[in-house]
Design a protein around this ligand. Structure first.
Ligand code: 2HG
Ligand code: ZN
Length: 446
C-alpha cells in the first residue's frame, strides 16, 4: 500500500502530512481526516491510473476545486486520496455563434465570467466565492448566488459535461446547443452530484447577452417583517429582480457596529438590496412603477448612483459571510429554502423554534442563511435538535434543507433522515450502477 501511487503518470503527488493539512477543510465548519495523499492530475492517463489503483487498493477519490465549498463535499474521509483538479489542463473558449463557453474544471469562475464578458456575453452563476472558486467546484455542487433568483442555478447554464467515470475514461454528456433530448440527461445527473457518481473535469456552458443596465437599490425598513411579502409581491406584479438580498436586524446591527467603513453607513432596522438588470430598468418610468408598488416603504429607498456605489454595496454583501465567521468562528451557517410565498410563515416558525440565530441571504428566491452563531458553545444534542427543527420547518413549508451549498458531509445525516426514503433508495441505486466499487467521494451525500 505504501507505494500505491508510485510512478503515477502526468500528476503531482503530495504525501507529506504538512502538505496534506490544508486539504482537511473547505469553507464549512466540517473537518476531514488526513488523506492518504493529494494528487494533482495533469492529463487523462493520471485519472485512468488513479481509477485503476483506487479499485485495486480500495481507496476513494475525493474531488477538490479551490476548496471554497460550504458543505464539506471536498474534505477527505477515511482511506481517500484527494484529487485536486487545479492543474487540470485546458483553455477557456467562447463561441459567440453558439452562445457557449467551454472550460476545464480548473478554470477560475472569475476568468470564465470575464471571458464571456469580453465578448459582450454573460455567464450568470455568481456564488459568493465567485472571485476565488474553481468552475469544477461550482459544477459539482450546482452552486448558486444572488443572481439565481432571476437566472437560476449553475445547472441551468450547463450544456455539456466532461466527466471521469468508473471505467477510468473521460466521457462527454451533452452538446453545444440548448436543444438536446436524446434520452435522460446524465450530464444533469452529474451536476450537483458532489462527485459521488464521477469526477467532472470540464464543461460547455450556456451564455446570454450581457445586461447593459443595472438599477441597484438599498431598501431600508423600520419593521423588518415588512420585507417578507415583497419578493412575492414583486413577482406577482411582473417584476423580476436579478438579485434580492437582505440582512435581518441582528446582522445589520453587527455589520454597522463592527463592519468595514461602507457598512457603517447602512441605513434601516433591516435592509434589502434589490437589483434589476433588464433593458430600461434605469429609466424613470420603470422606477416610478416600482415606487408605486413599494408604497410607503419607498420613502427611504436609495438608488446607487454609479458603478462605484453599486460595487460598494455588493462588497458589503459579499463579505458578510467571512465577516460573521471571523466574529463567530464556531458558528454554523445553513442555507435552507422556502418558496417565496412562505417567507412570512417561515420566520414565524423560526421564532417558535426558539433557536438563537441570525439570518441574511437571498430573500428573492427564499434561500436563507440561518446562522447559529454560538453553535460551538451549544450542547451538541441541543444543536442537532435545533438544526433538525430548522430543516423540518423548511420541509413542512414546501422547501428544502439546502438551496445552494449542497449536502456534502455537513448535511448528510439530516438529508438521509429527512428525505423520502424512495429518493435515497433511488440515488443509492444510481450510485451502485455508476460506481460499483464505491471509489467516488465515499461517505458523502448518500
Ligand atoms: C453567501 O450568500 C454565501 O454569502 C455564504 O452563500 C453563506 O456562509 C454563509 O452562510
Ligand atoms: Zn448564499
Amino acid at each position: 500500500m505504501d507505494d500505491f501511487l508510485t510512478g503515477l503518470p502526468e500528476a503531482t503527488v503530495l504525501r507529506d502530512p504538512s502538505d496534506l493539512e490544508p486539504f482537511l477543510r473547505d469553507e464549512s465548519h466540517v473537518r476531514g481526516v488526513l488523506p492518504l495523499a493529494v494528487v494533482k492530475p495533469r492529463g487523462p492517463s493520471a485519472l485512468r491510473e488513479l481509477v485503476r489503483r483506487a479499485k485495486a487498493e480500495g481507496f476513494g477519490l475525493v474531488p477538490r476545486g479551490a476548496g471554497t465549498g460550504k458543505a464539506g463535499g471536498c474534505v477527505p474521509t477515511a482511506r481517500t486520496v484527494v484529487v485536486d483538479l487545479s492543474q487540470w489542463p485546458g483553455d477557456i473558449a467562447v463561441s459567440a455563434q453558439d452562445l457557449s463557453l467551454s472550460a476545464p474544471a480548473s478554470a477560475p469562475l472569475r476568468d470564465v465570467k470575464a471571458a464571456a464578458e469580453a465578448q459582450g456575453l454573460f455567464y450568470p452563476p455568481d456564488p459568493n466565492s465567485w472571485e476565488s472558486c474553481a468552475l469544477g467546484g461550482t459544477l459539482a455542487t450546482n452552486a448558486g448566488g444572488p443572481n439565481a433568483c432571476k437566472y437560476g442555478m449553475t445547472r441551468h447554464w450547463v450544456l455539456a459535461v466532461d466527466a471521469l467515470l468508473e471505467d477510468g475514461e473521460i466521457h462527454r454528456f451533452g452538446i453545444s446547443s440548448v436543444k438536446a433530448n436524446a434520452g435522460p440527461s446524465l450530464g444533469q445527473l452529474l451536476i450537483g452530484s458532489e462527485g459521488v457518481f464521477g469526477l467532472i473535469v470540464g464543461a460547455t456552458l450556456r451564455l446570454t447577452p450581457l445586461p447593459r443596465e443595472h438599477a441597484t437599490l438599498l431598501l431600508p425598513v423600520r419593521r423588518w417583517e415588512d420585507l417578507l411579502d415583497l419578493p412575492g409581491r414583486l413577482c406577482a406584479a411582473g417584476y423580476q429582480p436579478s438579485a434580492f438580498e437582505f440582512f435581518d436586524p441582528a446582522v445589520l446591527a453587527e455589520l454597522r457596529a463592527h463592519g468595514p467603513e461602507e457598512a457603517r453607513r447602512l441605513p434601516g432596522e433591516a435592509l434589502a438590496i434589490l437589483e434589476f438588470d433588464e433593458r430600461g430598468c434605469t429609466a424613470e418610468s420603470f422606477l416610478e412603477g416600482l415606487l408605486d408598488l413599494l408604497g410607503p416603504m419607498a420613502e427611504s429607498l436609495e438608488l446607487a448612483s454609479d458603478e462605484r456605489q453599486r460595487k460598494a454595496i455588493w462588497a458589503v454583501r459579499r463579505m458578510t459571510s467571512a465577516f460573521l465567521k471571523e466574529r463567530h468562528p464556531g458558528k454554523v451557517s445553513e442555507d435552507i429554502v422556502v418558496p417565496r410565498s412562505r417567507l412570512r410563515a417561515f420566520f414565524e416558525g423560526l421564532g417558535r423554534l426558539g433557536a438563537p440565530c441570525v439570518t441574511y441571504g437571498h430573500l428573492g428566491d427564499g434561500n436563507l442563511h440561518v446562522n447559529l452563531l454560538a453553535a460551538d458553545k451549544t450542547d451538541p444534542a441541543l444543536l442537532e435538535r435545533q438544526l433538525n427543527g430548522l430543516f423540518r420547518l423548511a420541509l413542512d413549508l414546501g422547501g428544502t434543507l439546502s438551496g445552494e451549498h449542497g449536502i456534502g458531509l455537513a448535511k448528510r445525516e439530516a438529508f438521509l433522515t429527512l428525505s423520502d426514503p424512495a429518493h435515497i433508495r433511488a440515488l443509492r441505486a444510481v450510485k451502485r450502477a455508476l460506481d460499483p466499487c464505491g471509489i467516488f467521494n465515499p461517505g458523502k451525500v448518500i
